[in-house]
Design a protein around this ligand. Structure first.
Ligand code: GLU
Length: 441
């Protein structure tokens, strides 16, 4: 133990002072500010601060894909592996025009904190491709995904780095990745590699309930918060930004509990209805409307700028990063914000909200149901088991409750916001692993 601690202390702190901050943009700025705040609070060992401030590996691949018209297009794919002190890298792959190296870095860091806080044996990673999937046919998306998987090759693996769905990727994307990865292994190893990705379709190694796991986790966090504050969700008004997998399932469970969905925003527009929007009707409508909520007949159109200003009790941002900023934070009516997305608010926006007494359930806790579900799927594949939905939901409930209670009590004890508390718990667990093991060689 002494030698180990000495090793950490012997790392030079001269080259890059761990507290020195380089100006960062966008999501990177947010994740680093949040990290430094918590690191200062727990007085994180300076050398571990250095290690966690940077990413372990950054893989950028350029790869060609044949388009339906016979032309070849070159795509750029990313996989950033931030840290694996607690286990294999874990995190999603997103297909979106905003994917770049900075976004992948920030999102990979958030995964490290998320898996640590959830008590999982994983590190953090994230990646994806910079593209607008609506511009490609299903066949093209399949070839893009398979060729991306081939390009990543052994940089991913069931015991090394395990991707999952994220923005604009789904169980079908995961099925293509699993199939491509397995097909490139030696024959006798193929099926043993099924857990190279999680979030697969049921029937191809997927977990029953993984589809709803993130949204269910968001709902559970809101419910646990209400319980702690002696409130009921019955009759509470909520708004949801993003009606993809997370937004839909969060709204579904909120409605089931008696809460009322009064406004929704997606990439195409915003809608509102003071009487409440029926979640299933809206979902069915989007299926017939290219996935978009716009034009839903049982609601009014709403100007996009007016969405966050809607009168409500709870706001669930479940789309992209940096949506709540100093421009709109002071106008938000909700007194609870439950972050279904990763990094939906920036540090300036958060400061305004905290000063106004608004509670924020941070992304690394609020949307952790997804990666917890992924962990269950990974275990299921690894052990050759098949778990039932009831079992999965009960296990999710237990795991999210434990995390919520840990964060809630830490925040109360230390007199801090829930995000800083969540970070302190997550970082402390990683710090402990480094102190026990030291730095090789
Ligand atoms: N993309 C999800 C997230 O941001 C899930 C990651 C996973 O299951 O590995 O948490």
């Amino acid at each position: 133990m002494t030698t180990i601690t000495a090793d950490l202390n012997n790392l030079s702190t001269e080259k890059a002072s761990p507290k020195k901050k380089v100006p960062l943009k966008g999501m990177m700025n947010n994740v680093m500010e949040q990290f430094y705040k918590a690191a200062d609070h727990i007085d994180l060992h300076p050398n571990i601060r250095k290690i966690l401030s940077i990413t372990n590996n950054e893989i950028i691949v350029n790869f060609p894909v044949k388009m339906d018209n016979g032309e070849v297009e070159i795509f750029t794919g990313y996989r950033v592996q931030h840290n694996n002190a607690l286990g294999p890298y874990k995190g999603g792959l997103r297909y979106h025009p905003t994917v770049d190296i900075d976004a992948a870095r920030a999102l990979a860091m958030w995964m490290t904190w998320k898996t640590s806080l959830a008590g999982l044996p994983y590190g953090g990673a994230k990646g994806g491709i910079q593209l607008d999937p609506s511009k490609y046919s299903q066949n093209e998306l399949e070839r893009i995904t398979r060729r991306f998987t081939f390009a990543l090759a052994d940089n991913i693996g069931p015991e090394h780095d395990i991707p999952a769905p994220d923005v604009n990727t789904n169980s079908q994307t995961m099925a293509w990745i699993a199939d491509t990865y397995m097909s490139t292994r030696p024959p006798a190893e193929r099926t043993a590699n099924q857990h190279v990705v999680t979030g697969k379709p049921e029937g191809s190694g997927g977990l029953e309930g993984r589809d709803r796991a993130t949204g269910y986790g968001v709902f559970l966090n809101i419910k646990f918060w209400a319980e702690k504050n002696n409130k009921t969700l019955k009759g509470k008004k909520f708004i949801v930004q993003g009606f993809g997998n997370v937004g839909y399932w969060a709204a579904y469970f909120m409605e089931k509990e008696g809460a009322k969905l009064v406004a929704v925003q997606d990439a195409y527009g915003s809608i509102r209805s003071a009487n409440g929007i029926n979640v299933e009707d809206l979902y069915n409508y989007t299926k017939l409307n290219n996935g978009s909520i716009s034009g839903f007949p049982d609601a009014f159109d709403l100007d996009n700028e007016k969405f966050f200003v809607t009168e409500c009790d709870i706001c669930i941002p479940a789309a992209l990063g940096n949506q709540i900023t100093k421009e709109n934070a002071s106008k938000i009516k909700a007194n609870l914000i439950a972050e279904g997305a990763n990094g939906p608010m920036n540090v300036e926006g958060e400061k305004i909200l905290l000063n106004r007494g608004v509670t924020i359930i941070p992304d690394i806790l609020c949307n952790s149901g997804g990666v917890v579900g992924s962990y269950f799927e990974w275990l299921q594949n690894r052990n050759g088991e098949l778990w039932h939905l009831d079992e999965v939901m009960a296990k999710l409930d237990k795991k999210i409750r434990e995390s919520f209670n840990k964060v809630f009590h830490y925040a109360e004890k230390e007199g801090m916001d829930l995000r800083t508390a969540a970070y302190c718990i997550a970082i402390t667990r990683i710090e402990k692993a480094y102190i026990q093991r030291g730095i090789f060689p």
